[in-house]
Design a protein. Structure first.
Length: 227
């Protein structure tokens, strides 16, 4: 992998590395090479055609944040659903920050929604912060439109965690669900199903959304709870 690391350092932007380090607490600054995401996306498209990428995907754990970002981008391009699921399951235990988690979004998942649902339930119930966050994000990405079912909201409401990045994803999910599926979602706030912090953060994020009407925003404001 020395050649790959050399290539990544050739794409380095040190100012961007410092910026990313500030946005990603808990990861040592020296772990950031500093490859900007658009450049890394283009690199991933080319690297995916190189047989060496298969060895890279097996070489876990990676040393650098940028390697993990590249790993997520490679998995997001995979076209074989079963192979992708296997690779995602192998990678998730090594995901240690929100950025690597959130950029992981395999396009192939959109074609296998029935088959994917049991995996989403499994991931969402995980005690591992970023496995749980990933499961919730996939539910938000693929199941809030034509494939929506009210019972999917229960999966997210059940994801009780004190981890900030799980709580934020729950709030993000419910704010998005309010925008797309108001009638099914609003009872979760009216009945105070969510933990107080997550409840109020959901309202905050929903009221910041242009997809929520002024009238809905006013009503949401009346549902805030004391913490």
């Amino acid at each position: 992998m020395a050649d790959l690391i050399r290539q990544l350092f050739q794409l380095q932007d040190k100012q961007y590395a410092a910026f990313q380090a500030k946005l990603t607490p808990g990861i040592a600054p020296e772990k950031f090479i500093g490859v900007r995401v658009p450049i890394l996306r283009n690199f991933a498209k080319t690297f995916a055609k190189d047989p060496a990428h298969e060895h890279f995907l097996k070489a876990l754990p990676h040393k650098y944040y940028d390697e993990n970002m590249l790993h997520s981008l490679l998995l997001s391009q995979m076209k074989d659903y079963d192979a992708c699921i296997k690779q995602v399951d192998g990678f998730l235990p090594y995901v240690d920050n929100w950025a690597v988690c959130d950029i992981l979004s395999p396009k192939i998942f959109s074609r296998y929604k029935d088959k994917l649902m049991p995996k989403i339930q499994e991931w969402s119930a995980s005690d591992h912060t970023y496995t749980c966050r990933f499961g919730l994000e996939m539910l938000m990405s693929f199941y809030l439109d034509a494939d929506f079912r009210p019972e999917y909201l229960e999966i997210v409401a059940a994801a009780r965690s004190e981890e900030y990045y799980v709580k934020m994803m729950v709030a993000w999910f419910f704010a998005t669900a309010l925008a797309k599926q108001w009638e099914s979602t609003i009872p979760y706030l009216e009945k105070h199903v969510l933990a107080p912090w997550t409840h109020n953060k959901t309202i905050q994020k929903a009221r910041e959304s242009y997809r929520i009407t002024p009238e809905q925003k006013e009503y949401l404001n009346t549902l805030k709870v004391k913490q």
